[in-house]
Write a protein that binds this ligand. Sequence first.
Ligand code: PLP
Length: 453
Amino acid sequence: MTEATEATSAAGQHVLALDRKHVFHSWSAQAHIKPLPIAGGSGRHFWDYDGNRYLDFSSQFINLNIGHAHPKVVAAIQAQAARLPMIAPNFANDQRSEAARLISELAPEGMDKVFFTNGGADANEHGVRMARLVTGRPKVLSAYRSYHGATATTMQLTGDPRRWATDTGTAGVAHFFPPYLYRSPFDSEDEKQECERALRHVDQVIRLEGPATIAAILVEAIIGTGGILVPPPGYLAGLRELCDQYGIMMITDEVMTGFGRTGKWFAVDNWQVTPDLLTFAKGVNSGYVPLGGVLIGPRVAAFFDDRVYPGGLTYSGHPLACAAAVATLTAMREEQMVNNAAELGREVLGPGLRALAERHPSVGEVRGLGVFWAVELVRSRDTREMLVPYAAGPEESQPVQEVITACKERGLWPFANYNRIHMVPPCNTTADEAREALQILDEALKAADHYTV
Ligand code: PLP
């Protein structure tokens, strides 16, 4: 980080002025935002032009699994840019081949082919398209509270309020309730009950929608933005059984959970479940260059051996993005980052957050694993009333905003969604950095405690 001066501050102001004049931002009313100009980043930190440095416990959009500006990945991108920055997807390319080999090697047994996309939404688009083509069925089931992307089909598949504004109410999608013991839609009292009831509910939805009309069940292996809803043991295996029973394809969306986030290479590895298709993006190369993809199991792979797959992208398997993936996955292996994520969750973040929950009346529940944790804030532990309501707009979000502001003032940048703070740092975060973040959150949560009754 370079020293902040009047000149760097002025440069930051210039960046902001141009941004506000010309950049159209995602998910925002354009006149109501003031994005913080960022000057640089390294490891688990990034900083602005005024000398403020932040410990990144958001991993940006929960994609930066190896932290900022990892030197090995930066060097790989630079080398590839000098050698062959672009080659069309109809050629074979060394970086693309190696990235696909590495990803297949890490994937559940038998998932040996990769279709590369530009990000997560188009990975889901293509996963769904493959399932529809293979089964000859039109419909897809997905869970409420899930997020699958912002393209036309993936918006319909999304089960959270981001869908509402562009919901056409068609597109062959039906939603079901995911397990969520803390706010059980099935009035369950323990995980076993929640698992059984949630599976019985999906079975009913399948029967009522008509099994012969359903191509796929698409689920986030762990619902991420919607609350880090870790499914009870047996749930994903139960979905797998339902899919097999009715000839439905199982697609797991591992865009957020893949590549170390949960302390395993893929979240399904926590329960030894193998889907038919697995979609990924974000962590595959830490987001240094846009990349996503679909990991394809044997049934779908065999179907397209002799049939044309009617889909493609100019940038499918872009060499810069694939070089970044090869370097990222290699660095993650060499530096034991997935083990580090698991250990950090088990030894520091889990116990540390549970200790905060005991001290702060505003904390209703903490849950997670690896470097993937949610702190759910409530007005009352007895009623579990959310500190900020579901689908809240900016005015109603004040109590959580106060916690976030208190974190940022102390140099911590967490992720927030409605009444939750998500602590989702890079996989190579150190124990000391995690302890520092916990200490800051401890202070910041006092702002939420004021609202408890
Ligand atoms: N699926 C999940 C689970 C996600 O979290 C996201 C993005 O946050 C997406 C899909 C969409 O990915 P992208 O924004 O790269 O299109």
